[in-house]
Design a binder for this molecule. Structure first.
Ligand code: MN
Length: 203
C-alpha cells in the first residue's frame, strides 16, 4: 500500500472520487456530507492540530498509526486511514454487483461462495458491539480473512493488508437507517467497487 505523506506537516481531507449524491439511495448525500465533510474532516483537523512540536510532522500517516502508541495519534490517524479506504471503495449502485478474477476465486476458496462470504461479513459487522469496522483483509500469503476492529483500529495492526471495509459507527448510517445497522450493511454490497478492492489485493 502506498504511504500517505503530509504536506508541510499537515494531512489533507481526501477528495471523494464521485458526486455527493452518487451513492443514493444506499448512502444519501446528506449522510455522505456529514460523514466526509464533518466526521472525517474533524479527524484530519484533530491530527493536524496535535502534530506541531511532536517531531512527527513528516511521518507518513500509516507510520503514525502503527508506531505512535494508542492515544490521540492512533485514534485520529486510524480514523483517517480507515475512512480514506472506505470512501475510495464505493461507486454508484449496481445490481448483481460482484468481484471477478483472482479476488473472486480467493473469496470462493476461503468462504465457499460469494453469497456465503457476504452473509458472514454482514453478520460479523452487525455483531460488532459498539463502534468500529468490519474488514476483508489479506495475510502475507494472500489468504483472506474477515476481522472486527473496535473504534479506530484496522487490520494493519494484525500485520494484515486491508482490502475492503464497512464502517459500523452510527454516524455512517443513522440518518438513513436509524438503528437498522444490518439493513445498511446489506445495502452496501450494491456500491462496493470491486475493481478498487482487487487492486488492493494485487499489491
Ligand atoms: Mn465513519
Amino acid at each position: 500500500m502506498d504511504k500517505t505523506l503530509p504536506v508541510e506537516g499537515k494531512f489533507e481531507l481526501m477528495a471523494l472520487p464521485y458526486a455527493p449524491d452518487a451513492l443514493e439511495p444506499v448512502i444519501s448525500a446528506e449522510t455522505l456530507g456529514f460523514h466526509h465533510g464533518k466526521h472525517l474532516a474533524a479527524y484530519v483537523n484533530n491530527l493536524n492540530a496535535a502534530l506541531p512540536g511532536t517531531g512527527l510532522e513528516n511521518m507518513a500517516l500509516e507510520d503514525v498509526f502503527m508506531n505512535v502508541g494508542d492515544g490521540t495519534f492512533f485514534n485520529n490517524a486510524g480514523q483517517i486511514l480507515n475512512h480514506n479506504l472506505y470512501f475510495s471503495q464505493f461507486m454508484p449502485p449496481k445490481a448483481d454487483n460482484a468481484p471477478t478474477g483472482r479476488l473472486a476465486e480467493a473469496i470462493e476458496a476461503e468462504f465457499g461462495s460469494f453469497e456465503a462470504f457476504k452473509e458472514i461479513f454482514t453478520k460479523t459487522g452487525a455483531a460488532l458491539f459498539g463502534s468500529g469496522w468490519v474488514w476483508l483483509a489479506a495475510d502475507d500469503k494472500d489468504n483472506l480473512v474477515i476481522t472486527q476492529e473496535a473504534n479506530a483500529s484496522n487490520p494493519m495492526r494484525r500485520n494484515l493488508r486491508p482490502l475492503m471495509t464497512m464502517d459500523v459507527w452510527e454516524h455512517a448510517y443513522y440518518l438513513d437507517y436509524q438503528n437498522r445497522r444490518p439493513d445498511h450493511l446489506a445495502a452496501l454490497w450494491q456500491i462496493i467497487n470491486w475493481d478498487v478492492v482487487a487492486e488492493r489485493y494485487r499489491k
